[in-house]
Write a protein that binds this ligand. Structure first.
Ligand code: HGY
Ligand code: MN
Ligand code: MN
Length: 416
């Protein structure tokens, strides 16, 4: 298989311009993005991506979860395509690059192949996976999870946002419910370019992260139930304050993760208080614990310790504790052949690189179950992400897309 020559590079200015143009859709309030899945802004971003794909000569398919697949033909139409991509949906206070770099980096690979007149034996497909973030509709990586056969499509359609809107209805409303069966597409390989969302690459002065593994995740949705009563006239000993249960469990989650350093993280980022009135003691608190580790045994121990201790803490406060797993995947190990293609590409192109474990979850974590998969990471400023101040340099974006270009084109086999 002919590896691309080291002189083959993408057009970093064009990639950067596309990133900045997409960033204008669904702006946040502090310079980032709020382009949450299946909102009108998501629909607008999808239309812009579709326009760009058509201008690059790609044919677009959409599956029943709304995932977009833009295909560049190979010389052998029977050959399994090489897929590349990520997600265009963002957090409510998201950055301009999380996910978007992987989708538009994939499009830039196509644009560069067109510029250079390069043909490949395998087709190449650029994907925009629906609802990677899982912030409006839990769990995260929803469409790629259905594609990989680990999440049921009807379950996904019934997921509701905080206003009670259904995923399936919102997908129809924005006009992006496709007719392709989800998961019918077969892949030779899948490559995802993504910002690191952590501090390691920047701190070590590395251009590229060669992602060998990812952390596993457990989202535990918890409900602590006490009793609503007057914050003024209810004597302290008579109170059943669900808010105190939350406070103690926040500390418990932190303690469970801290005693397993450096292989564990834990936090609670989503909290709903009911009835959420200034002068009513919290009757019920619903919140989601996010535990992660790249060691499955550690992850399972964290969940077990939480479920062992939390009910007793709440009972002592006169409250009850209930929980359900609302999202999960085990730590993925990416395909060694694809990981090698990424590492060799960084080497060939002269980019500094290091092996890295992905702290965040990605669509690649699920697609890794149905196709040989690997990820390319680039640094981000101060390791910050899921914050509107998320930032990268054009040089970092270009290096990541160059490596993606080589890994994808080598796997798709250049036809001389
Ligand atoms: O939660 C995650 O790791 C991803 O950003 N959705
Ligand atoms: Mn992402
Ligand atoms: Mn994200």
């Amino acid at each position: 298989m002919a590896a691309p020559g080291e002189n083959l590079r993408i057009n970093g200015d064009r990639l950067w311009d596309s990133l900045m143009e997409m960033a204008r859709i669904g702006p946040g309030v502090a310079g980032g993005n709020n382009r949450q899945t299946l909102t009108d802004a998501d629909g607008e971003g999808r239309h812009l991506f579709k326009k760009w794909c058509e201008a690059a000569g790609l044919t677009l398919g959409v599956d029943r979860m709304g995932t977009m697949f833009a295909r560049r033909e190979g010389t052998d139409p029977e050959a399994l395509p090489v897929y590349v991509g990520s997600h265009l949906d963002t957090q409510p206070t998201g950055g301009k690059f999380d996910g978007v770099l992987g989708v538009l980096g994939g499009l830039e690979v196509i644009r560069s192949l067109n510029d250079l007149g390069i043909r490949t034996r395998h087709p190449i497909v650029v994907a925009n996976w629906t609802n990677e973030e899982g912030t409006r509709f839990a769990p995260a990586m929803l469409a790629s999870g259905v594609f990989a056969g680990v999440i049921d499509q009807d379950f996904a359609y019934d997921r509701q946002d905080k206003d009670g809107k259904r995923f399936g209805d919102e997908l129809e409303r924005i006009g992006w419910k496709g007719d392709e069966p989800v998961g019918a597409r077969k892949m030779k390989a899948f490559f995802e370019l993504h910002i690191e969302q952590g501090p390691i690459l920047e701190a070590e002065g590395k251009d590229i992260g060669v992602v060998t593994h990812g952390q596993g995740l457990r989202w535990i949705e918890c409900t602590v139930t006490g009793k609503a009563s007057h914050t003024g006239s209810t004597p302290m000993p008579m109170r059943r304050n669900a808010g105190r249960g939350l406070a103690q469990i926040i500390e418990l989650v932190h303690e469970i993760a801290m005693k397993r350093q450096p292989n564990a993280v834990g936090a609670i980022g989503h909290i709903d208080v009911y009835p959420n009135s200034r002068n009513i003691i919290a009757e019920k608190v619903v919140f989601t614990i996010d535990f992660r580790s790249h060691i499955l045994k550690t992850l399972e121990e964290m969940v077990a310790e939480l479920l062992e201790k939390a009910p007793g803490l709440c009972e002592a406060l006169g409250c009850t504790f209930d929980s359900t797993i609302s999202g999960q995947f085990d730590p993925p190990a990416f395909d060694e052949g694809c990981v090698k293609a990424v590492r060799d590409a960084a080497e060939r192109l002269g980019y500094s690189h290091r092996n890295i474990v992905s702290g965040a979850g990605h669509d690649a974590c699920w697609i890794n179950r149905v196709a040989p998969t690997a990820m390319v990471m680039c640094p981000c400023v101060d390791g910050l992400s899921h914050n509107e101040a998320e930032d990268i340099s054009k040089e970092w974006a270009t290096a990541g897309a160059d490596v993606l270009f080589h890994a994808v084109v080598e796997t798709a086999e250049i036809v001389e």
